[in-house]
Write a protein that binds this ligand. Sequence first.
Ligand SMILES: [Zn+2]
Ligand SMILES: [Zn+2]
Length: 344
Amino acid sequence: MTVLACVIERAERVRVVEYPTPEPGKGQVAVDVAYGGICGSDLHYFHDGAAGEFVIREPLIPGHEIVGTVAAFGAGVVGLEPGSPVAVHPAQVCGSCVDCLGGNPQLCSSSRYLGSAAHFPHVQGGFTERLVVTANRIFPLPDGMSLRRAALAEPFSVAFHAVRRAGDVVGRTVLVTGAGPIGCLTVAALRQADAGTILVSDLTDAALQNAKLMGADVLLRADQADTQWPEQVDLAIEASGTGPGLNTCIRTVRRAGRIVQVGILPPGTTEVIGNAIVNKEIELLGSWRFHLEFSAAIDLLATEINAEPLISHEFRLQEAERAFRSAADRLSCKVLLNIGASAN
Ligand SMILES: [Zn+2]
Ligand SMILES: [Zn+2]
């Protein structure tokens, strides 16, 4: 028995290959993958053969935004039924280091994240028909939640974590720079958390319209000279992953305001208006992935937040290369690989 998987062999080289069907061992669950969302890091692996400092050194199955149904499980796994819809937590953490024990498992230095070249051998990801993970990473979906709606659980968790890093947002004026999937999901999380006016900046109207769908009040074109930037936002969340985006946040946040950097900046150094951080006493915080938020994020996506309109395209696993090219296009938002969700 074999299954298909999408494999990146090097920059600009992706193939769909057959390999032996993986079987779950003790304490493990095999998932028939339904959808895999394409993320910025997957795109970096495809275009550059590396994501930041993590370089592909052997063929890598990308993909960490994974939902599907339970196919089988090994000894010792209880409470799951074959066919149940589930989301897969992408991180396997050690559980015993200072960060894990201190309540920050997302910072675990031995974390193994699906579809990542951070370690060697690489951690193979979820753009495959059958994925096996330990049972504690399997999150059954609430009754009635569709797999497609749940497909945004991982990126929404990233946004949700960033908003938690921001602290109390109730009634606050917030600027979000970047209206890609993470920026738009950040808007959704801010709206749900009762933020005040939410302003969003991006380079394209298409992206800004997506942010509006998620609840943004004011849309700002970052590339136009006559844009009326606010002067005194309470909080800025940088979701574009660019130096200019971060500098916009530094200029725009009020004195003693806070900036949360969730976008991943280019490798190496980034030039910032450093003295404004000093003389405005800005708090600049990083936000890295998420961990414990996954379950709450799924519940919110099942109930109060409908992020499904952010899904702009769907491709079959066999069309992986087209899907990557589409995801890199500024006109798309979240692109999904439909791996086994429908037999069409
Ligand atoms: Zn992602
Ligand atoms: Zn740890």
